[in-house]
Design a protein around this ligand. Structure first.
Ligand SMILES: [Zn+2]
Length: 165
C-alpha cells in the first residue's frame, strides 16, 4: 500500500475508515469515495477534509488527518474530564458499595451462598461498565456494528472462495 496523500483528493486512495482493511478511492464523476473491500460508499467534503458514510443512520463522519482518519467532525466537542470522572464513578462506585456490604456482612458460613456476594459484585460492575462503554461508543460514533458486519462479510466471502477451491 502506497503512502496516502496528506490531503483528501479524489485522485488518491486512502485506507478505508470503516473496514480498515481495504482502500477507498474516488468514484468517477461523483463527489464520493468507494471501498472495494466492504463496498461502502462515502460522500466527501474536500473543504472540510471529511468523508461521510452514505448508507448509515445516524451518518458517520471521519476527518482525514493527513495519515489517518479521526472519527467524528472536528467541531464535535471531546468529552471533558468531568464526564470521564462521572463515568468512572458510575462504573466503580456501585460494585464497591456492594462489595463492601458483602465484606461487612458476609453470608453465614455454611449457608451455601458464599459465592453470591462475589458474583453479585461482578455482575454489578459488568452492568455499569457495559452501560458506560455503550454510551461512549455512541458518543464517538464508533461503528462497532458496521465494523462487525463488514468482518462477517469478509469471512463469508473467504469461506465461499475456500469452498469453491
Ligand atoms: Zn472498506
Amino acid at each position: 500500500m502506497s503512502v496516502p496523500s496528506p490531503s483528501l483528493d479524489y485522485r488518491e486512495a486512502y485506507p478505508c475508515p470503516l473496514c480498515r482493511r481495504g482502500q477507498i478511492s474516488g468514484l468517477a464523476l461523483t463527489e464520493a469515495f468507494g471501498c472495494v473491500t466492504c463496498n461502502h460508499i462515502f460522500t466527501a467534503n474536500l473543504e472540510r477534509q471529511s468523508v461521510q458514510l452514505a448508507d448509515s443512520s445516524p451518518p458517520l463522519t471521519w476527518r482525514w488527518q493527513g495519515d489517518r482518519w479521526q472519527v467524528g467532525s472536528s467541531d464535535r466537542d471531546r468529552l471533558g474530564w468531568e464526564v470521564w470522572l462521572v463515568a468512572i464513578a458510575f462504573t466503580l462506585l456501585p460494585p464497591t458499595i456492594v462489595g463492601t456490604m458483602a465484606y461487612l456482612f458476609p453470608p453465614l458460613s455454611g449457608s451455601g451462598l458464599q459465592w453470591f456476594p462475589i458474583v453479585w459484585t461482578g455482575m454489578t460492575f459488568l452492568a455499569h461498565f457495559s452501560l458506560v462503554a455503550w454510551l461512549i461508543l455512541e458518543y464517538y460514533q464508533i461503528p462497532v456494528l458496521l465494523y462487525w458486519q463488514t468482518r462477517q462479510l469478509r469471512w463469508r466471502s473467504r469461506l465461499a472462495r475456500f469452498a469453491r477451491g
